[in-house]
Design a protein around this ligand. Structure first.
Ligand code: PEP
Ligand code: MN
Length: 338
């Protein structure tokens, strides 16, 4: 249930509603939009929720019963786009931000050199996995903490914030020490213990859609993080499993406008994992921006043939520069910048 306050509601009326929520045994989450304050009630209590008692309180415009399982992620709770700070800009703003880098961190000098080139080409943040969720246990699993240290050195050298995956709830504090953004990957989207730990960390989170998850599943996974009061959540469409075998996954372009409609959270697209072949990545990156994506995450490798993981879908630095120029044109065509 959400309590929508009137635009001219006094601070006292707002605090009275919050006190009432607490007295009823629920947690009050506040959404302060440009226009008005909205109070979301979450949690469980012996006291059944009675909308009519809130409806008559001073300053209340209306009470909405939210039927979806992701109240805090929904646009009803927060009508404006949420802005997540990243490198002096905001994901979710008019500017489309691009996170780029290799699939895995492969070495100290490799990641530092890549970071310099990516920054030069216009990337806002550096990606690279130190803990890799590989489908086969015999594939390279990442350099672990050493990889995180190299990423931190790359940030030191270039100023690019670091986006890297965390797979284990117990390692959240350690990854937070090195990374600016914790990525929760497709294979862990419904690892609820990890989602709770990510919420508790209050760190910025990039949550990727599970390859067999619906849009609602993704939003409810985001809700786990939001329910801890962590508002810095970005979500990412990265391709889903379908009967199609010509590409690694099927990029669900539908998801971009649908997510933008249902949630206030920034929506990113990862065309690299979605299609799996580098020659198609720029086309899908442009399509995602045209469809309203707030950001992109792109796998780039100086020598994709030699990449330890996901080389087939990694674009070269030259391709990245060309793609960025094209993405800028598309962004401008839809009233944004990049
Ligand atoms: C990755 O970003 O390298 C990755 C493993 O992504 P996903 O979780 O989307 O497969
Ligand atoms: Mn990858």
């Amino acid at each position: 249930m959400i309590v929508v306050m009137r635009e001219d509601a006094r601070a006292k009326s707002i605090s009275d509603v919050i006190a009432r929520v607490k007295a009823d045994g629920y947690i009050a989450h506040l959404s302060e939009d440009k226009q008005r304050t909205i109070i979301g009630l979450v949690g469980e209590s012996e006291t059944p929720l009675d909308d009519s008692t809130y409806q008559i309180m001073d300053g209340v415009e209306r009470v909405d019963k939210i039927k979806v399982g992701y109240m805090l992620a929904s646009r009803n709770f927060h009508p404006d786009d949420s802005l997540v700070p990243l490198n002096g800009s905001h994901m979710g703003s008019k500017k489309v931000l691009v996170i780029a880098g290799p699939c895995s961190v492969e070495g100290r000098s490799e990641i530092i050199e890549a970071a310099h080139a990516l920054k030069e080409a216009g990337a806002t943040a550096l990606r690279g996995g130190a803990f890799k969720p590989r489908t086969s246990p015999y594939s390279f699993q990442g350099f672990g903490e050493k990889g995180l240290q190299w990423l931190a050195e790359a940030r030191e050298a270039t100023g690019l914030p670091v986006v890297t995956e965390v797979m284990d709830p117990g390692l959240v504090p350690m990854v937070c020490e090195y990374a600016d953004v914790l990525q929760i990957g497709a294979r862990n989207m419904q690892n609820f213990t990890l989602l709770h730990a990510a919420g508790e960390s209050q760190h910025t989170i990039l949550l990727k859609r599970g390859m067999s998850s619906t849009i609602d599943d993704l939003l409810m996974a985001a809700e786990y993080i939001l329910s801890h009061g962590n508002r810095r959540v970005m979500i990412c469409e990265r391709g889903i499993r379908t009967f199609e075998t010509a590409t690694r996954n099927t990029f669900d372009l539908n998801a971009i406008p649908v997510l933008k409609n249902r949630t206030h959270l920034p929506v990113l697209a990862d065309p690299s994992h979605a299609v799996g072949y580098r020659e198609y990545v720029p086309a899908l990156a442009k399509a995602a921006v045209a469809a309203g994506a707030d950001g992109l995450i792109i796998e780039v490798h100086p020598n994709p043939e030699k990449a330890i993981s996901d080389g087939r879908q990694s674009i070269t630095m030259d391709d990245f520069r060309t793609m960025m120029a094209q993405v800028r044109m598309v962004a401008e065509a839809v009233g944004r910048t990049a």
